[in-house]
Write a protein that binds this ligand. Structure first.
Ligand code: BES
Ligand code: MG
Ligand code: ZN
Length: 515
């Protein structure tokens, strides 16, 4: 999908998108219609005002009215859009509701729904009059349109035989703005690079677990880094992981036939200032069977998505290194399966983590926190100044916040607030969760320093506490994306299957920290 910024009189002519608002209902024929400024040189158009007066275009939120202009004999091609050069075959009026309440979220959602409509019409070229979006900054409006189209039109069809694939991809989207400056150009570039990363994360998660195994994630990352001049990569194989004493991570991996890998992606955006750095750590369980504490079959169904955190970190690193913020960023993904093979970790095992703390394994299905314990210790040893970890960590997260919010836990309020405001911008919403002392005690073990489960109560909190034990004082935020990594249906710009969460928010956060 290609996005082009063009002047108002340019643009392809298959379909033109015009945003409308509910206050147009008040206008009688002959009066000037608010959006006609961009539509008809500010003059009223008798044809349009007739449709509006009849109530067929109300501007109400979500309304879509499709006109075929060829059917209209006396259609007046007068304005800078509808003129001799630009005669769209179709116009889609899309209602945004109250013009004083329109937000970037609304525009992103609207653009996503429009993209699905356009796809269903089998149209491959679209023009959008961006200036019919009011109430928000034009560069925000333009990035919201890009995000809506890019994210909303996504559908995972890689494993459909070609005869069953619905091949109606949108190819180009012309963004029509009369005057666009460098800031607007930049925001299109940022939005499309960011969405690209998010869609790649969706692909990685949607591909099945027999394909996306630890080795696949490793190879994918190597290829990605080789193709990106600002990104370097380091791979830790099993031998090196042993040498590093990542016993907690290796304990999870030992039940699988697949070799585990450590994937480290490095971007240097502030070479003179090594302590200006942040580590992004993503859980990378390519399939979570539960291990010997085996999950029931129905609970295993989506467990290919247990590497969603890792996928979002890996693809975010690619975008970050392309967009070049002034900060050093390291992405880390410890990739393994969690399987119940003959060599699998037992319930009751005690392992000594990389940082020396001993852990009683009470449930092998609480494997995410085990891999993250060694990951944060490794980051600390390498001099991490800030750590964000992202993980599909607990079923309890789905119970507490459902499917619309990421839970954020951490030891640093500033960093949490930065993530929350980044999430407000991207639409990947984040809720601040507590780390209280009462639930912390639930992780106490009778036989080791700590155990890997804390009981049913506050299950997401105890899991976060567990990671916190290994983080120490490094400013840290843990994002539990168990409820938001997958979506059972299409919802606005979220497509059924993997959501790509929180890839765009990670990129936005890194930018916020780089200023
Ligand atoms: N990967 C799961 C968490 C999960 C559950 C993610 C549902 C997405 C949807 C994690 O490894 C897990 O199994 N957690 C256990 C922890 C429990 C044994 C303490 C859980 O939540 O049941
Ligand atoms: Mg598990
Ligand atoms: Zn898991």
């Amino acid at each position: 999908m290609e996005f082009k910024l063009l002047n108002n009189s340019q643009g392809n002519q298959e379909i033109l998108i015009i945003f409308t608002y509910s206050h147009i209902k008040k206008y009688k024929s002959g009066e000037e219609i608010p959006f006609s400024k961009q539509f008809n040189n500010g003059k009223s158009d008798p044809f349009l005002s007739n449709i509006i007066e009849s109530g067929e275009i109300s501007g109400n939120k979500g309304e879509q009215v499709l006109l075929h202009t060829m059917m209209i004999d006396d259609f007046k091609y007068k304005s800078s859009h509808i003129n001799d050069e630009l005669k769209p075959k179709r116009i889609l009026f899309y209602g945004l509701g109250d013009h004083e309440k329109v937000s970037a979220d609304d525009v992103r959602e609207a653009s996503a729904l429009i993209s699905r409509r356009v796809k269903s019409l089998k149209i491959q070229e679209v023009s959008v009059i961006v200036e019919t979006i009011t109430n928000i900054d034009i560069s925000v409006a333009v990035s919201s349109v890009v995000e809506g189209f890019a994210l909303g039109s996504y559908k995972f069809e890689e494993f459909k035989s070609s005869s069953k694939k619905k091949r109606n991809e949108i190819k180009t989207i012309d963004l029509l703005i009369d005057k666009f400056d460098d800031e607007i150009k930049k925001s299109v570039e940022i939005a499309s690079t960011t969405c690209d990363a998010s869609l790649k994360a969706r692909d990685l998660v949607n591909r099945p677990p027999n394909i996306v195994n630890p080795e696949y994630l490793k190879n994918y990352s190597v290829e990605m880094a080789n193709a990106n001049e600002n990104l370097s990569i380091e791979i830790l194989d099993k031998k090196e992981l042993e040498k590093l004493e990542m016993r907690t991570f290796l304990g999870v991996a030992q039940g699988s036939k697949a070799d585990p890998y450590g994937i480290i992606l490095n971007y240097i955006g502030d070479s003179g200032n090594p302590s200006n750095n942040i580590w992004l750590i993503g859980k990378g369980i390519t399939f979570d069977s539960g291990g010997l504490s085996l999950k029931p079959s129905m609970s295993m169904i989506d467990m290919k998505s247990d590497m969603s955190g890792g996928a979002s970190v890996i693809t975010a690193m690619d975008a970050i290194a392309k967009l070049k913020p002034k900060i050093n960023v390291t992405g880390l993904c410890l990739a393994t399966e969690n399987m119940p093979g003959g060599g699998a970790q037992r319930v009751g095992d005690i392992v000594t983590s990389m940082n020396g703390k001993t852990i009683e394994i009470e449930n092998t299905d609480a494997e995410g926190r085990l891999t993250l314990a060694d990951a944060v210790e490794f980051a600390n040893q390498r001099g991490a100044s800030k750590i964000i970890d992202v993980a599909t960590l607990t079923g309890a997260m789905v119970i507490s916040l459902g499917h619309g919010l990421i839970g954020a836990f951490g030891n640093n309020n500033d960093l949490i607030q930065t993530l929350i405001s980044a999430g407000e911008k991207t639409g990947e919403k984040i809720w601040h969760m507590p780390l209280d002392e009462t639930s912390k005690k639930q992780n106490r073990s009778k036989v080791a320093d700590i155990k890997n489960t804390g009981g049913r109560a506050a299950g997401s909190v105890t899991a976060a506490h567990f990671i916190g034990e290994f983080v120490g004082d490094t400013p840290w935020v843990h994002l539990d994306i168990a409820g938001t990594a997958m979506s059972s249906t299409n919802k606005g710009w979220i497509s059924q299957g993997a959501t790509g969460y929180p890839c765009r928010t990670l990129i936005e956060t890194v930018f916020k920290l780089s200023y």
